[in-house]
Ligand binder design. Structure first.
Ligand code: N01
Length: 548
């Protein structure tokens, strides 16, 4: 366990993919660093989400760092879509290979960060009593790391086992012989339910909103295909960066409404069989902007559900109707719909018969009581803003970030928020982040931040802060682009709609990665247009806080 230093150049909060890469880049600049990570080791989301079936739904050869050509040549992925344990092994390997754990204090949660205007530095404190002063504070806290429990009374009264998919026990959970209830049918529910059903005596799925999910068609990677990709990896990475979502998929410039039914059906069938998230979503160029076009995709998926699920009533309950296709994040699954053909699986619609309470022996809905031995909460996260608002962050003039964002997050480029100088939010709200391959988004953000810090240091500048004007214009742009799409129509976590009382704002930037990157690069090339840069004034060295 490393000891926290009193004064460093930068604090990096989080040791997932973003935090680790920030350590790598900032160390290359010669900065002294202090990292904090609430988990016991590196990996971020992949450290916490250990539920059965957890795997990435971006292909493994795309969901990995591109910063080191040697790393990408030497690492061998085994499956098209990597499992959580394999991704964690990869992160572990990267951390060791680049010596990235050196400055990180694990099992330590940042509780507060306060901007000291006189010193032009952040004062960061943790739940372990660390106090550190840093010129820069990098919030690499992830977008889906603050777990959300269901808003149901009586959770504490339940006598059986309860477990959240986002906080899965490291020793695993043995469901053998148990009657298990699962609340939630987002990606975590969709991935875990088939495997829990294979082990448990009985599974009752409590579904509030059915989601659209497509088969992953996962398989071991073909060594010849891997070899071919590795031979072209650099070109492929560039193509990823230039693609809208950070993955290379065909993006036909064609409306779903301008083709006949047979042609449309065969394209959807090909997209379905491709086993990719983006293949289906981008099968036509208007699926996410035109309700009629969207309906064609939604109808296709519903027809597939009817094909797979034996009981027409269950198929109907599993069929999404309340939101346009793709506007809540769709899932990739392995045997999800067919799991409902098993005798030991039951689907309860808790929109029509809501959960009233959790009792000592199970779950009581408006009409029935279900006796259970274990309950799995696959109920998601307070996304994007939750992790940033966890610590008490106080900016210039004593303004709390929570107050500034009371009506929703406000950022310039999703990287900084005005009034919080030198605080960088990796893949923050207002950036493409969760709408694209996170690894591409992370590397783009960390590279931008590292270049920005190098620029400041080269010119002996103390701080950088977004201007309110630039931020207002960016927030308007983010909203304008979102409002051209169907996304605001869904009660999704993108909209903050899954957390009661959270402002309803479409949080990520949907203008596409290439345009976004161009804007970021132009801002930097124009001497950080839209930011205020403050020169350093000579200061006395600070007295180091005592080591903890
Ligand atoms: O969470 P979710 P998740 N009573 O918010 C339901 C990423 N991810 O952990 O839709 C009853 O999607 C809720 O119902 P509703 C990915 O980006 C990626 O599954 O709000 N139900 C919903 O069904 C993903 O989108 C991977 O009506 C309640 C579910 O719980 C994101 O993480 C794997 C409820 C929550 O679904 C989040 O996914 C896993 C209540 N009180 C996650 N509260 C891969 O890479 C909530 N629900 C594959």
């Amino acid at each position: 366990m490393i000891e926290s230093r009193g004064e460093v150049d930068a604090v990096v909060v989080g040791a997932g993919f973003a935090g680790l890469y920030a350590h790598h880049r900032l160390r290359q600049l010669g900065l002294t660093l202090q990292g904090y990570e609430a988990a016991g080791n590196v990996g971020g989301t992949w450290w916490w989400n250990r539920y059965p079936g957890a795997r990435c739904d971006v292909e493994s050869m795309d969901y990995c760092y591109s910063f080191s050509p040697e790393l990408e040549q030497e690492w061998i992925w085994s499956e098209r879509y990597a499992t959580q344990p394999e991704i964690l092994r990869y992160v572990d390997h990267v951390a060791a290979r680049f010596d990235l754990r050196r400055d990180i204090r694990f099992e330590t949660r940042v509780t507060a960060a306060t901007w000291d205007e006189a010193a032009q530095r952040w004062r960061v404190t943790t739940d372990r009593g660390d106090q550190v002063s840093a010129q820069f504070c990098i919030m690499a806290v992830g977008c889906l790391s603050a777990v959300k429990q269901p808003e149901v009374n009586g959770i504490d009264t339940f006598r059986g086992l309860t477990v959240h998919t986002g906080r899965w026990p490291h020793e695993g959970v043995d469901f053998t012989g148990l009657r298990v209830g699962v609340i939630g049918t987002g990606s975590s529910g969709v991935q875990s339910i088939p495997l829990i059903a294979q082990q448990a005596a009985h599974v009752t799925v409590f579904q509030r909103t059915p989601n659209f999910t497509m088969p992953a068609k996962n398989a071991p990677l073909d060594p010849e295909a891997v070899k071919a990709r590795k031979a072209q990896y650099r070109e492929h990475r560039q193509a990823m960066r230039e693609s809208r979502a950070g993955v290379v998929v065909p993006m036909p410039e064609e409306s779903a409404l301008r083709v006949d039914d047979d042609a449309r059906r065969s394209r959807f069938e090909a997209a379905w069989e491709s086993g990719t998230l983006y293949g289906m979503v981008s099968a036509y160029n208007d699926l996410l902007v035109d309700r009629d076009a969207n309906d064609t995709a939604a109808k296709f998926v519903r027809s597939r559900i009817r094909d797979i699920v034996d009981d027409p009533e269950v198929a109907d309950r599993l069929s999404p109707r309340n939101h346009p296709f793709g506007t809540k994040r769709p899932c990739l699954d392995t045997d999800y719909y067919s799991t409902y053909n098993r005798d030991n699986v039951m689907l309860v619609d808790v929109r029509s018969t809501p959960i009233v309470e959790i009792t000592p022996t199970g779950i009581r809905t408006a009409t029935d009581e279900y006796v259970l031995d274990a309950i799995v909460f696959a109920t998601g996260f307070d996304a994007m803003t939750g992790p940033l608002l966890g610590p008490d962050i106080t900016g210039a003039g004593g303004v709390a970030l929570g107050d500034k964002w009371a009506a929703g997050p406000r950022t310039y480029l999703g990287i900084m928020t005005a009034g919080f100088p030198n605080l960088f939010t990796i893949t923050g709200p207002g950036s493409p982040s969760v709408l694209v391959n996170m690894l591409v988004a992370i590397e783009q953000h960390v590279d931008w931040v590292a270049d920005c810090i190098a620029y400041l240091r080269d010119r002996n500048l103390a701080s950088i802060d977004a201007t309110v004007d630039a931020e207002d214009a960016w927030v308007d742009h983010v909203n304008t682009v979102a409002n051209r799409t169907l996304f605001p129509a869904a009660d999704s976590w993108y909209m903050g709609a899954n957390v009661p009382g959270k402002p309803r704002v479409f949080m990520p930037y949907i203008g596409g990665l290439p345009h976004y990157t161009e804007v970021c690069d132009t801002v930097a090339a124009n001497e950080y247009q839209g930011f205020t840069l403050t020169p350093s004034t000579p200061r006395k060295p600070e007295r180091s806080a005592p080591h903890t």
